[in-house]
Design a protein around this ligand. Structure first.
Ligand SMILES: O=C[C@H](O)COP(=O)(O)O
Length: 331
């Protein structure tokens, strides 16, 4: 029986040692150019994942609760308002009905972070004051990343000043498409420096990178340049998080850890809205990277509507009945 089939989930210790931050390493072009991705093997492996009954029923609630603790609860709309952000933050603080959490023996559950545009940082920081839930801001001309470079740097600095503890930058896809790995490395080093103490997630926008080999190489270059997390997508590309892309990025993270000893986090984002998909991702992380990555400091979902479905599943777990999806609105 594999570890996955046991359904066992490692406990999150409040006192576990904080992970040393990835300081980055010099650009290693030999390593980058050796990175390959065998599409058919990766797609075969990815295809086996969703159909499996990966978690036993008695462990499901624990896995779903863990998924909640790893959500970057996100709103990234042109019509965002302080009121919507306030409601989102209220949900981040109390993601599931208290009576359900009491029944499950899971008090004090919160999401991993709240993720917003720059203009909403102040509202989110005030709404989350005293909770320990960090505010993440998308940055660098999100989602296209095509604004002038000095403005992208300034945007990061402004967001950190406004109280964002995590910055989700978008890379310049054209650097990857041209094979300008030095350019990508230099850009990422500059973004990481501008973040200062804030942790930086590098959004690769994998749906726009052309090949899985490019995804593998871009993942490595961003980690060499000091990314704390690598993230699949903005949620605005036509193809966002997928299991094949996740396998490639996760294996790059494993490779980077094996060679440098630094653990880099992983954030699939965009289009993940079902509880069963969240469990598939967690199971994949457990299999490929191990239990240490199943914590919010090394794994996040970027998702705007996943929480509602998980809440419904937890309610069903406790009461045996589903409530209507409109009873779990967010935003
Ligand atoms: O980073 C987060 C994504 O933008 C959220 O995408 P979603 O709205 O498809 O869940």
């Amino acid at each position: 029986m594999t570890a996955l089939e046991t359904g066992q989930l490692p406990q999150v210790s409040a006192t576990h040692n904080p992970e040393p931050r990835n300081p980055g390493i010099p650009l290693d072009m030999d390593w980058v150019m050796r990175a390959r991705a065998n599409r058919s093997a990766i797609e075969r492996r990815a295809a086996t994942l969703p159909g499996r009954r990966s978690v036993k029923k008695e462990h499901q609630a624990a896995w779903l609760a863990r998924a909640i603790s790893c959500i970057d609860l996100t709103t990234l709309s042109g019509d965002d308002t302080p009121g919507r952000v306030l409601r989102l933050c209220t949900k981040a603080r109390n993601p599931v009905r208290a009576d359900i959490l009491d029944t499950l023996g899971l008090p004090n559950l919160t999401t991993g972070a709240v993720c917003v545009y720059h203009d909403m940082i102040g509202d989110a920081v005030r709404a989350l004051d005293g909770t320990g839930i960090p505010v993440a801001a998308v940055s660098t001309g999100f989602p296209a990343g095509l604004s002038p470079f000095h403005l992208r740097i300034a945007e990061i600095e402004e967001s950190v000043k406004a109280g964002a503890e995590e910055i989700d930058i978008v890379i310049s896809r054209r650097l990857v498409l041209r094979g300008d790995w030095q350019g990508l490395y230099d850009e990422m080093v500059a973004f990481r420096k501008a973040c200062g103490p804030a942790h930086v997630k590098a959004i690769l926008a994998t749906g726009e990178l052309g090949t899985l080999q490019n995804v593998a190489r871009a993942s490595l270059v961003c980690m060499m340049a000091g990314a704390d997390f690598i993230k699949t997508s903005t949620g605005k590309e036509s193809v966002n998080a997928t299991l094949p892309v996740s396998l490639v990025m996760i294996r790059a993270i494993r490779d980077f850890y094996d060679r440098t000893g630094f653990r880099v986090g992983y954030k699939p984002a965009g289009g993940i809205s079902k509880a069963k998909d969240a469990v598939t991702y967690l199971a994949l992380i457990k299999e490929e990277l191990g239990d240490r990555w199943l914590r919010p400091d090394l794994f996040r979902f970027g998702a705007s509507s996943l929480l509602g479905d998980i809440e419904r599943q937890l309610e069903h777990h406790v009461t045996g009945a589903y409530s209507a999806s409109w009873r779990h609105p967010i935003g």
